[in-house]
Structures are given as C-alpha cells and as structure tokens.
Design a protein around this ligand. Sequence first.
Ligand SMILES: Cc1cc2nc3c(=O)[nH]c(=O)nc-3n(C[C@H](O)[C@H](O)[C@H](O)COP(=O)(O)O)c2cc1C
Length: 423
Amino acid sequence: MTGARALHRQTVHTRASVRAGGWPDWSGQPQVFKHYPSGFPRLALARLPDLRRLLFLCAGLTARRVYGDSTWFLRANPSAGALYPCELYVQARGVAGLADGIYHFEPDGERLCLLHRLEGDGLESCCRDNRMVEGLLLLVSAIYYRSSWKYRDRALRYCLLDSGHLLGGIEAAAVCRRAACRIICRIDRQRLAACFGFAGQEHAMAMVVMGRRCPERVSSLAMQLPFVSGSGPFVVNPFIEKAMEEIGRPDQCTPAPGGVRYPFSAETLEDAMARRRSIRAFSGVPLKQREFRALLALAAMPPALDCNEPVRVLAVVNRVEGLAAGIYVDDRCLAEGDFTGMARHLCLEQDLGGDSGATLFLAGASDNYLPLLLKAGLLGHRLYLGATGLGFGCSGIGAFYDQEVASFFDTGDMILYALAVGR
Ligand SMILES: Cc1cc2nc3c(=O)[nH]c(=O)nc-3n(C[C@H](O)[C@H](O)[C@H](O)COP(=O)(O)O)c2cc1C
C-alpha cells in the first residue's frame, strides 16, 4: 500500500470508530485567533480598502453567532466544525500604501501585523521558482491542534481541506479582480517553519502568487520569528506530525495552467463570497439540471496549481429535475433509483446527505496526498460559491463512512470529501 493510501486509511470513519468517538477535552479548547505580541507594528486595513476587501473575501469574519454569553464568528471560508485551523500571511512588494514586507492577517480587527521588512529577501526563496513577485504572495498555514482537539487524527484531512477552501477563496477573489493567481504546493516547508518559528505546531500548506513574476531571483529569507502560539493550549498529535513530514514534499507533479470561469458575473461571485454559508437543512425542492451541470463544470476545470492531481466527482442524484435519480460517476449514470436513504447513511446518517438535490463525493488516487486534498478543498469551495451564486445551498461533509462510500461506487479511489448541494 502506498504512503497516501496508508495515511488515508488510518483516518477512515467506520461504524466502530464513530461509536468510539467521545467528547473533546473542554479544558484544552484551542483559541481560533493568532496574535503576535504587541511589539509588532499593526496596520489597520481601513487605510487600504482594496486589500481589505480581498482579505475579507478570502478569510474575513462574515457572520456573528451568540450562544449564551459567548460570541462566535463565522468566516468567508467554511471549516470543519468551525474550528478554523488556517492562518493567512501576506507578502507585499511594490503595493501602494504598504511597506514591502511579510505580514500576518488578523481577521478580527481587520489588521495586518508586520512581521518582517523585506530587504532583498523574500518568501519567493522558499518556492521552486524563486523569481521575484511584484505584488502579493500569500501563504496559507494550518495550526493542526485547533482541529485535532476535536477530530483527532482525522483532523489531518480537515486541515488540508480547510486550507484548500482558503485557496479556493483566493482563486475566486482573483477572478473578481481579473487578476492572475497561481497556487504553489511545492514549497520548502522546513525552511518556512524555521523562519516563521512554527515550532511544529503550525504547518505551511501552500503559497499563492497574486502578482507579476520579475526576472530577478530571490535567494534568501532573512527572517527569524519567535514562536507565537496560535491555539493557546496545544497537545501533540504524533500521527499528524509524522504525516505532515511524509506528505510535505510532493513530487512528480503535473502543473495545470488553470483558469476557472463561474457561470455568473464577477459582481455575483463577490456577493456569493461574502454571503456564503453552509446550508443546514434542505427543503426538498429539486435542483434544475442546468444548475447541477454548472456545478459539475466548476469541479472539472483544473485550478492553476503546480501539482494538479486528478479528482473525480461521484454523485448520488436525489432530486434534480430532468435527471434520473441514481448513481453517477463523472457525469455518467451507473444505476437509476432512489438512493436517498443510502446517501444519508454514507454521510454518517446526516440528513444533509439524503435530503440534498445531489450529494457529491470527491475521489482521487494520487500518491501526492497534500496537493490532492488541497485540490479537493478548493473544488469544494467552488461548489459552495457556485451554489450560492446560482441561488441554492451547499454544505461540506467531512464525516462519511470511507470504505462504504468506495464500495457503493465500486471504486478503489480514496474518498476525499463530500458535499451536499440543493435547496
Ligand atoms: C472540511 C469540512 C467538513 C465539514 N463537514 C461537515 C459535516 O460533516 N457536517 C456538517 O453539517 N457540516 C460540515 N461542514 C460545514 C461546517 O460545519 C461549517 O463550514 C462551519 O460550521 C462554518 O459555518 P459556515 O460554513 O456556514 O460559515 C464542513 C465544512 C468543511 C470545510
């Protein structure tokens, strides 16, 4: 069994694993916001409305929930269990109103925290292509304990999928501004961890070039930050630490030039990014066939990724007007029939699975586990935004019976992620 499959297998849900679940330790509940010490200079994004909007649409706080005397924020990016393991760092070079430097985005307070001023060095030095980027270079990271606190080893998947969602948000923000964006998975994670002082608690997931590549090369990153906890309490998860080491160097990658087209205007897309939520219950009103096909088309367009691993869409069609209910693989009907009860069961008995217009399972077979899961999350984000923009709903479903889903679709692929779409 290859590395990716072995890893994936170790985090499957089975009927026994779900029963053995248990409750998280409330005394060890992690924080969801990372703050550097007050000595680091802060910059209010109100002074930079364009950048403020961009970061808000990718990772901003878009809703507030109050439970008793505690307040909880939801974000532009969905997250398994609303635990938000991801952080976003911004390198700016030649951006008007902003000193060239590396910043940490603080979604609460909408500020940038200046971590390091560029002096001939930069994050480019941690990419395979180290040509200088004029404009923005973003780094997405994950603090795994925020998720492993509740989900234990399966949090490995959720950190990757959540990161993929954030990348999907960045991709969509680039579409809105008609800007190029290129996602890079082949980065020097060890070097980044050392420079950022991640101390094994936070992991660099991917970078995104949102700017112009210049001919000059950047060969060093002269930054040495102290460790700053992003979770408060922290409990080591040896499985995730080992897994991150194993998957951190993708190889034999096939790049894709990418280029997503949403089936609506940039204004509608921007509105969808700000409004997106996970649907919590479906009404039973069917989807239209063209709506369903628009989502499949979104999932089929390769993202601009340096390591573009194939991801297939397996679907249980429950309620789509003009389309026979049944099992579909890559848009082909394998069997007609009412599989709503089965779809609900496969999603760990969650009603979303059976009440949807369609429940999609993203599957893949690549050994490059990190880019494969990032891509699944990114495609999931496109499905959310596509559904929102077209006027219906979507919810990610990270909890499913892996092996039962694979047997149901008669596939040897790993099941990476499920999403229920409908109204
Ligand atoms: C990777 C991932 C897995 C998720 N799994 C589930 C799930 O199994 N069941 C569910 O009801 N919601 C699931 N969600 C939705 C989250 O609960 C939701 O994103 C979070 O509560 C924040 O709410 P919002 O998406 O409305 O902003 C998942 C989301 C993600 C990104």
